[in-house]
Design a binder for this molecule. Structure first.
Ligand code: AHM
Ligand code: MG
Length: 326
């Protein structure tokens, strides 16, 4: 039997090495507990009726709570118990949720169950989170933070038992769940330079709705790479982190039904795009929006703001940036 270093052990050493406080450990322990709890519900969801659609009723005649609401409730519960989180932004709540307004240190932005089209099938979904810290010295600062101000960002791919986290200026690390439900075996993730393994990932059914120059870029480049698309950002990015390449969710600007255009993109900036962009940067990659602006530089104007996303190996993202900006 082989035993591995746990995430908590890894993190304790990290905090010690950089002379950091224990507050972040309390926060991370809560996120771990939330993820394990969500994973448990998801694994047993088909049996218990948690993977149903909204307004569904189970065989006992009870209302079935959607899996994404369960995941939201679980996460808010654990974050509240930390006593360290000022407030949270969740994809599942229109409003900011105040938790420990006095004495809190962190803002947490999360999507507790991303990739909803996979839910009825029990296929992989993501629990994505970004963390920013209050300005402890000066006056209270604002919680609408750009990704470059995050101190950490991570994702659990549920129910696969994998967890990836990036710590500011300390790299992107992947862990796997073990037989006693500990996340273990830190592996540093760096996007491979060799283009042989690179993959492209985007919803191919949408391609005729992308801007003309994006369609042309795809046409000229797709033959060079394998194509993979799961439809859950965490899972698709999980692959790109290992293989290299580029994930794209471009703006939809040429839909035959103009009402279905999404000129601002589909993905949410604060708890989807900036989270993966932060991990991508710490793994040596890059991410931009439809105007070629780095995702991490975008100052959000509201919590649920959307963005287009081009993310992955730097040479590919730089190449599409050139196309997007000319
Ligand atoms: P969701 O928050 O409604 O689940 O949507 C976000 C998801 C991402 O995980 C994924 O990358 C994308 O939407 C897939 O969208 P599409 O089905 O249009 O390809
Ligand atoms: Mg989502």
């Amino acid at each position: 039997m082989q035993f591995e270093q746990t995430f908590m052990n890894f993190l304790l050493h990290h905090q010690e090495k950089y002379n950091r406080t224990y507050h972040f450990l309390i926060l991370m322990e809560a996120l771990m507990s939330a993820a394990k709890h969500i994973q448990y519900y998801y694994l047993t969801g088909a049996l218990r009726g948690h993977l149903g659609f909204a307004d569904a009723v189970n065989v006992q005649g009870e209302d079935v709570m959607r899996m994404d609401s369960i995941a939201h409730e679980i996460t808010v519960h654990y974050l509240r118990t930390t006593g360290r989180v000022i407030h949270v932004v969740s994809e599942e709540s229109a409003d900011i949720i105040p938790l420990n307004v006095d004495g809190g240190r962190y803002f947490v932005y999360f999507d507790p169950l991303d990739g909803s089209s996979n839910v009825p099938h029990g296929l992989p979904v993501g629990f994505l989170f970004g963390i920013a810290k209050r300005n402890l010295e000066g006056p209270e600062d604002y919680h609408l933070r750009s990704g470059k101000d995050y101190i950490a960002a991570g994702m659990f791919v549920i129910p696969t038992g994998t967890f990836t986290i990036a710590l500011k200026e300390a790299g992107t690390w992947r862990f796997h769940i073990d037989e006693i439900m500990n996340y273990v075996k830190p592996v540093r993730m760096i996007l491979p330079e060799d283009a042989k393994s690179w993959e492209l990932s985007f919803n191919s059914a949408n391609r005729s709705t992308y801007a003309q120059n994006v369609q042309e870029w795809i046409h000229n480049n797709e033959k060079n790479y394998a194509f993979r698309y799961l439809g859950a950002l965490a899972g698709d990015f999980h692959r790109i982190l290992s293989t290299g390449g580029m994930f794209m969710y471009p703006a939809i600007v040429n839909h035959p039904n103009p009402k279905k255009n999404r000129p601002a993109g589909k993905l949410r900036l604060m708890y989807e795009a900036a989270v993966v962009a932060f991990m991508c940067r710490e793994a040596g990659g890059h991410a931009v929006d439809e105007t070629g602006t780095p995702i991490l530089d975008i100052q959000p104007e509201n919590h649920h703001q959307r963005t287009a996303l081009y993310m992955g190996s730097k040479p590919l993202v730089d190449d599409i940036t050139r196309v997007l900006t000319t």
